[in-house]
Design a protein. Structure first.
Length: 234
């Protein structure tokens, strides 16, 4: 498991955390990285954070859940690294249900935070009834009021070209930041739609021109995580 990487515009660490409060999204098996041993989590996270150099002045912290599931000592360690390495921009991830706590986290870290949220799709039925995401909002404006950067999921059987086109359109129109994760098959029963992914990569190759929209064709494209092989490489 790789837990530290450096991207063109930021460093990124994959930390360990306590269990995701929800843990029921049908496509998710990375919650297997969660632990209830807080002392071990803090020890491991300190070692990972020690690798941060501050070279890019920006740091992304991900964990298999929300940043609010990181123990307090880990949050303090992140803040120490921010100060020690002169970091001036932080990327964190949170489930929609923690939206009322984002402001407190912004206050605690004392530097600008790009908050990412796993929206997966703006199609409410697919997001909640199929993916079981437990993320209910009225419209894009409500998401934008809290979060800076939606994460979208592309290439799951049952998704349609229309659904994906609308998602990408909303992302570009309303947000400066975003992540598009092309689904990688994992230990869940969820299946990848390779035809849909081919269509997506042909139609949306131009997303590369948006420096703050990341398109990940593999779950390890950020250089962290555990490599899973796709049936049909893109
Ligand atoms: S909220 Fe995130 S970490 Fe939790 S089960 Fe869903 S995808 Fe997995």
């Amino acid at each position: 498991m790789e837990r530290y990487s450096i991207l063109p515009n930021r460093e990124i660490v994959l930390l360990k955390s306590t269990p995701c409060f929800w843990g029921k999204c049908i496509f998710c098996d990375y919650i297997k990285d969660n632990s209830t041993d807080t002392a071990a989590i803090n020890r491991i996270n300190r070692e990972i954070l020690n690798q941060v150099t501050g070279k890019k002045r920006a740091l992304e912290v991900i964990n298999s859940g929300s940043c609010f599931e990181l123990p307090a000592a880990t949050l303090s360690a992140i803040k120490e690294v921010i100060v020690a390495k002169n970091i001036n921009k932080l990327y964190l991830e949170s489930h929609w249900q923690y939206r009322s706590r984002l402001a407190a986290m912004r206050d605690f870290m004392e530097i600008p935070i790009i908050f990412k949220v796993g929206i997966e799709t703006f199609d409410d039925d697919f997001r909640n009834k199929i993916l079981n995401k437990n993320t209910h909002f009225h419209d894009v404006a409500e998401v934008r009021a809290y979060f800076d950067s939606p994460c979208l999921l592309v290439g799951i059987k049952g998704q349609t070209e229309e659904m994906i086109s609308k998602d990408i359109e909303l992302l570009i129109k309303h947000f400066n930041y975003g992540t598009v994760n092309v689904f990688t098959e994992n230990t869940t029963a969820v299946q990848r739609d390779t035809e849909l992914i081919k269509w997506f990569s042909n139609k949306y190759g131009h997303l590369k021109k948006y420096p703050d929209i990341d398109v990940l064709y593999h779950n390890t494209d950020f250089g962290v995580g555990e490599r899973k092989e796709n049936n049909n490489e893109q």
